[in-house]
Design a protein around this ligand. Structure first.
Ligand code: CA
Length: 230
């Protein structure tokens, strides 16, 4: 079973929100909505979604200002929704760090193809390595969002999966509690160390043969966690 993706839609046009609200859940996306740029920024920080869909013409802030502020703290994929006459704004959006754009009106299949491409790119290990991560009897297929232990598929919650793939992205390196909290839960939650302890315990219970003596998900005492690479 693949894991649900969370998606934040920042868009003031009710027709587009309604269209996406009725189509995207069937494709495995959990949708959160914001109508203004300010609300969008708040939601992005609070929910740390897997992907942002951003309308460039918002009532309060320029869409590009929203991109600039999101890029101050995260590389989460951003796809811009633009009108036909917004060429300059579109280029500026990409220069500011948006991953892709789609011109209105668009079909849901085209949008999903764009989103999958942006997500695939975002979940690649930083060194451009394989999209399948293997460590002992643990196998993570990042393109398909599937996790196996000894060839048996293991179901992870969205947060567990995000925690695991974040560790994979930095495999072999120590990640501090704050770094992990920021990457997985978002910058408003960097002091919530108990989230991390709870989810790390769940992840070990699902992935480790002996969760009390982990072989993969290593504790770096007083610092954070490290995913072993050999
Ligand atoms: Ca608009």
């Amino acid at each position: 079973m693949s894991q649900d993706l969370t998606l934040l839609l920042i868009e003031d046009e009710p027709e587009i929100r309604r269209f996406l609200r009725t189509t995207l859940p069937a494709h495995g996306f959990r949708l959160h909505e914001a109508v203004t740029g300010k609300d969008g920024l708040t939601e992005a920080k609070a929910r740390n979604p897997d992907l942002v869909l951003l309308d460039l013409g918002l009532p309060d802030l320029e869409g590009n200002e929203v991109i600039r502020q999101i890029r101050e703290w995260t590389t989460m994929p951003i796809i811009v929704l633009s009108a036909r006459d917004q060429e300059q704004a579109k280029v500026a959006a990409l220069d500011l760090g948006a991953d892709d754009y789609i011109t209105k009106p668009f079909g849901v299949n085209e949008l999903i193809a764009r989103m999958r491409a942006a997500l695939r790119h975002a979940s690649r290990p930083v060194d451009g390595g394989e999209s399948v991560f293997v460590l002992g009897d643990l196998k993570v297929d990042i393109d398909r969002r599937q996790v196996f232990v000894s060839e048996k598929e293991v179901h992870l919650t969205p947060i567990e999966y995000k925690l695991l793939t974040t560790l994979i992205r930095y495999a072999g390196r120590v990640m501090t509690h704050r770094q992990l909290l920021k990457e997985v839960w978002g910058p408003l939650h960097v002091d919530e160390g108990h989230y991390l302890r709870v989810y790390m315990r769940q992840l070990r219970n699902k992935l480790e043969r002996n969760p009390a003596h982990p072989r993969y998900l290593m504790t770096e005492l007083g610092v954070g966690y490290r995913l072993r690479t050999e």
